[in-house]
Write a protein that binds this ligand. Sequence first.
Ligand code: ADP
Ligand code: MG
Length: 666
Amino acid sequence: MEELKKVTTSQNRIDLLHASSIDTLEDIIYHYPYKYDEVTEIWPPVEDKCCVEGVIISSPKVFYKGRFSRMTFNVTIKGNDYIVTIFNRHFLRPHLTLNRIVTLQGKVEGNRFTASNILLKNLDQLSGITPVYSLKDGLTSHAFSQYVKKVLGMNIPIEDSLPIEIRETVDLMSKKEALYAVHFPMNHEQLQKGIKTLKYEEFLNFELALSYRKMQREQEVGYAKDFSLDEVNAFIHTLPFKLTKDQKQSAKDILLDLHNPTIMYRFLQGDVGSGKTIVAAIGLYANYLSGYQGALMAPTEVLATQHYSKLKKTFEAYDMSIALLTGSLTLKEKKEIYEGLESGAIDLVIGTHALFQESVHYKKLGFVVTDEQHRFGVKQRKALKQKGEGVDFLVMSATPIPRTLAMSLYGDMDVSSIETRPEGRKPILTKYFEGSSMKPFLKQLKDYLAQGGQCYVICPLIEDNEDLPLKSALAIYEAMSSYFKGHYQTGLLHGSLKDEEKNAVMQDFKDNKIQILVSTTVVEVGVDVPNANMMVIYNAERFGLSSIHQLRGRIGRGNQQGYCFLLSEAQDEPAKERLHYLEEHDDGFEISQYDLKTRGPGELLGDKQSGLPAFMMGDIFKDMNILEETRRYAIKMIHDYYKYGEYENYIEMIKKKIKKGNEYID
Ligand code: ADP
Ligand code: MG
């Protein structure tokens, strides 16, 4: 039966609910408001914004221009007169009668009041906190509120999963109270407490799932790998550089894990260019010495190919047979690799998703490394791991986050962190220009190209989009190719190209057949072209600071000076300040922390790309403390439940609680 019929008989509205993935009565109460509207007096203006009552002292005049209108009238606000201007609200004119009190929202400069909104009520008639829901057109927040009220009144079971102990220590509400508080807030204090309660609950469930998984894993037994540490050290000595302190520590962590009979689940994080690959290579070498096969999985062919050629070189002097397996190989080539993996002739295979396809069998897979973890789902990783028995597992991520946060977010794994970068690397010189013209640095770009350099140009979109006033890769590509025609070759790279096409473009760029590569963020991950040391980023305000930092990590390799130009039309001060921050900071960990503290809600390209888990209520960065606290509770709870033998029942309960779609629980 259609549950939703209990809240509305309108099929149209039910369809609209389904369109927002609201399918059950439960979904209704867990569809939280995304913001709250509140009308309170702001006067004097704060950052030239205000909200205040005024008395109308002149009849409005309306001026039309095409479809647009401008209306002006005079008001008295607290004894002073102002000229109010508002656009496209001519229909309000009949209501704006002399001496009427209205509430005005907008901006004030001198005696000019530019109103963004006129409310035909006194301030005290307007007060209260009104939840605003994200809904499809045709459904109002007000109507939705009524549904929530109905459902909450139906006495459907609402379990409290926060233990009393936490609720009392932290001073939280019951689940039901919290739901009422967020959907029908009476005041700020109650609303905040409700939100806090739901955050605790959400994070605690997440942490319980992770701790549970970790505990399960610690009981799995793998194989102790047997290799000679001297041989591994000898290999490290052949490297053309000295490992940094953090690289050494991470390598040590990995070698120990390999050596222990427990199964490695390790998360290795480090800024772009911090040298994670070589650390993984050390592990892969030890694994090889122990007589096992290794696999390195990258999210794209471009990256897999790059890892392949690098590791080929790294292990040149060794008798290790290395293969590259990607989707674009011919059937015959694939078959050959399948045979090599099955017979054990191949020691190390590097590739994409192709590595865990059904037809792939390994003779003795011992160690799996995945690069840039957020591009893979838990299922994909698992599929690869299951190609062997007791396989050790290393996940590498270039999204640097504070170590304690990483421990909370990846609490089912052990964490190694490379926080220092190799010495001698020059920070990328980063300069931010307002606007969207290359003019300010065009000469520098031309000189640089003339000296034989190559350049990336990054755009937020592939094609022009009417709804978004952003630069598209296609448009910039066309402009650049015609501008540089006859001098330099321009290439275009974006996500909707086929893998083979992407590879071809990337290869041409590497071979310097293309000098200017116009690209969307597909180029972000791990690509390494030492001769490309200049980068231009359009609409930089659209990217998270960490994303920009990762992007610019592509340049300034090979000890060359890198130059990064940020273009942005952003007008608001916070956005400008954030871009300036990048001019002065070069530490990925610091940047990610600053990014998280200052990021606005409007960033399109930040969160999704980062691949960090998303929560309904909690914000992993702003609420980092809660996350860490719930982690401590979770570890204790899991151990207690285990100790007292109520474990299995409890786990079943947790599993049910983890909302659908959460990939963190199997
Ligand atoms: P990432 O962490 O972004 O994957 P890479 O492993 O690709 O970084 O390393 C970036 C570059 O730095 C590579 O060319 C690598 O050879 C080099 N590198 C790694 N470790 C060191 C080191 N300790 N000293 C100098 N260069 C290093
Ligand atoms: Mg890398």
